[in-house]
Design a protein around this ligand. Structure first.
Ligand code: C5P
Length: 304
């Protein structure tokens, strides 16, 4: 086939719409209470990285999901996949047929505390509401998203925010300064329900701040006064998380090391790119069996 024909063929097969599903990071996470249905009330500062999965959708006469990328293995493309659940939930809500060819490029480790599945579901809701040209509001999308998972509304919002309730109360946070994170995961899946179940002791207080931190060092100082309350139960279930935190804490110029969400992914915070990149290279060299990555935070966007 000629080069031009190849290109034309590729164009025909190219998906119409691509939506990024960025990694979600809980910069701090306080568990502040528990509802009667067992869900926990949270106070968290979440942000998103320039790193993540990708959802691509194209018209089709069926609903299909193909998964590619480094973490495609071990993830079912069946009806239980959150992406398929999101597609069906949206179609049902809008009363349209659930028809689309969906491709998920899975770059983030599964069940790792950085929102992967929730970010994929949020990106699917956005992509399919465009593909199907649905006149749907952001509020309605968030309601559909919440039924899929507590983290989906914050992933739909996609910008730095304080999160309350069980995850559905997404509120603006002060703009954060630029910073880089090194992520490390020991490639153990830590199931969120088990971590919440293993939590014990008194609840924390909410700890929001109003003043924008002036730089990464001040942000780290703010965060150091706060914590991730799920670290202790996650550590009890997967002690290797202690090694991950120790390795990250020891990286030169790391300002803070902490676990995200219910783990097992942990992050180290850096003021500048060069230090983060050499930190990431050091983790890759010394812990080749772990997943590690380095990315900047997505800069604050003007409110729409
Ligand atoms: O909503 P999602 O499916 O992500 O939550 C998985 C599990 O984590 C829930 O079934 C619940 O056991 C626990 N969870 C919780 N409180 C939250 C979020 C999740 O107890 N705010």
């Amino acid at each position: 086939m000629s080069r031009t024909a190849n290109q034309a063929d590729n164009q025909r097969r190219d998906p119409l719409l691509t939506v990024e599903a960025p990694a979600k990071i809980n910069l701090y996470l306080h568990v502040v209470g528990k509802r009667v249905d067992g869900y926990h009330l949270l106070d968290s500062l979440v942000t998103f990285l320039d790193l993540g999965d990708t959802i691509a959708v194209a018209p089709s006469d069926r609903l299909t999901l193909t998964i590619e990328g480094p973490f495609a293995d071990g993830l079912s493309a069946g009806a239980d996949n959150l992406v398929m659940q999101a597609a069906r939930a949206l179609a049902e809500d809008a009363n349209v047929p659930a028809l689309a060819a969906i491709r998920l490029t899975k770059r983030l480790p599964v069940a790792s505390g950085i929102g992967g599945g929730s970010a994929d579901a949020a990106a699917t809701l956005k992509a399919l509401s465009s593909l199907w040209r649905l006149p749907i509001t952001a509020v309605r999308l968030a309601e559909i998203g919440l039924k899929l998972g507590a983290d989906v509304p914050m992933c739909l919002n996609g910008r730095t925010a304080f999160v309350g309730g069980v995850g559905e109360a997404v509120e603006p946070a002060p703009p954060l300064p630029p910073f880089w994170l090194v992520l490390a995961n020991p490639v153990v899946a830590v199931p969120t329900p088990a971590v919440f179940k293993a939590r014990s002791g008194p609840f924390s207080s909410p700890a929001r701040f109003a003043e924008p931190p002036s730089d990464a060092a001040q942000l780290s100082a703010y965060l150091a006064e706060r914590t991730n309350d799920l670290t202790a139960p996650a550590l009890a279930l997967s002690p290797v998380i202690g090694d991950v935190l120790a390795v990250l804490r020891d990286l030169p110029q790391a300002l803070l090391a902490r676990m995200s969400g219910s783990g097992a992914t942990c992050f180290a915070l850096f003021a500048d790119e060069a230090a983060a990149r050499s930190g990431c290279a050091a983790v890759t060299r010394t812990r080749p069996g772990w997943w590690s990555a380095c990315a900047p935070v997505i800069p604050p966007q003007p409110l729409s």
